[in-house]
Ligand binder design. Structure first.
Ligand SMILES: Nc1ncnc2c1ncn2[C@@H]1O[C@H](COP(=O)(O)OP(=O)(O)OP(=O)(O)O)[C@@H](O)[C@H]1O
Ligand SMILES: [Mg+2]
Length: 210
């Protein structure tokens, strides 16, 4: 599923946050949305998810059945184990308990965190949480995955590993949009890049042209 944004403007308290922006996130590709603090990246994602519903312009109408969304600064689910969090991702699929256990185990295994299955989510490391959130997002089996800066405070090697995992996820024909400050790693791993500067698009295209 392709995401199109055309002439989108968002105002908060008469202040222009997104100023007539047009861009797209191609179907089945790994896109990164970059830009300095306050440039409007989260606002753009939150408009796509309809957290923000006052805007001008037109955007692809994403239904909740189309996407999974991992917001910026998401709280740890309290009292849940890693496996329980991933299982929650399957909430809409009608599968047996046995399959639920099997499939969540396979997802955790895919991201090399199956040994943490029964640990409390709040007690695992940042990098491990990001993988667990991605497993949760994939469990929902949506065509679009939107992630807002899930990589802050993670070491370089773990970030690179996470990006290469994301790259394989988009190969399953999922449209992936990652908000990040990691320009260099984004340029190495993503396929499409959108750069916001003070609420306007200052670059869109293949990262090698950035
Ligand atoms: N609910 C809100 N009410 C008023 N202003 C807001 C609101 N949410 C965001 N803003 C403002 O909109 C601008 C863009 O914020 P946004 O969170 O989209 O930036 P960002 O690019 O995600 O930044 P960061 O990299 O720090 O996460 C900022 O100036 C922010 O203060
Ligand atoms: Mg943000």
């Amino acid at each position: 599923m392709k995401i199109d944004i055309s002439n989108l403007s968002v105002l908060f308290d008469d202040q222009i946050i997104l100023d007539d922006i047009s861009c797209h996130f191609p179907e089945g590709k790994f896109s990164c949305l970059v830009g300095e603090n306050g440039s409007g990246k989260s606002t753009l994602l939150r408009t796509l998810t309809k957290d923000i519903d006052k805007f001008q312009g037109s955007i692809t109408d994403l239904k909740s059945s189309d996407y999974s969304y991992i917001p910026q600064n998401i709280d740890d689910p309290e009292f849940l184990s890693v496996q329980e969090v991933v299982k929650l991702g399957f909430y809409q699929s009608k599968i047996s308990d046995q399959d639920l256990n099997l499939q969540s185990h396979q997802l955790l295994k895919r991201f090399d965190i199956e040994h943490l299955e029964s640990r409390r989510f709040s007690e695992i490391s940042m990098g491990q949480k990001q993988r667990a959130w991605l497993a949760f997002a994939l469990a929902q089996d949506k065509k679009v995955i939107l992630m807002d800066e899930p990589l802050a405070a993670v070491d370089l090697q773990s970030r690179k590993n996470f990006y290469s995992i994301l790259n394989t996820v988009s190969k399953e024909n999922r449209t992936l949009v990652l908000v990040t400050h990691d320009l260099e790693i984004a340029m190495e791993f993503c396929e499409h890049m959108v750069h916001l500067h003070q609420g306007a698009i200052s670059f869109e295209g293949p990262p090698k042209n950035f």
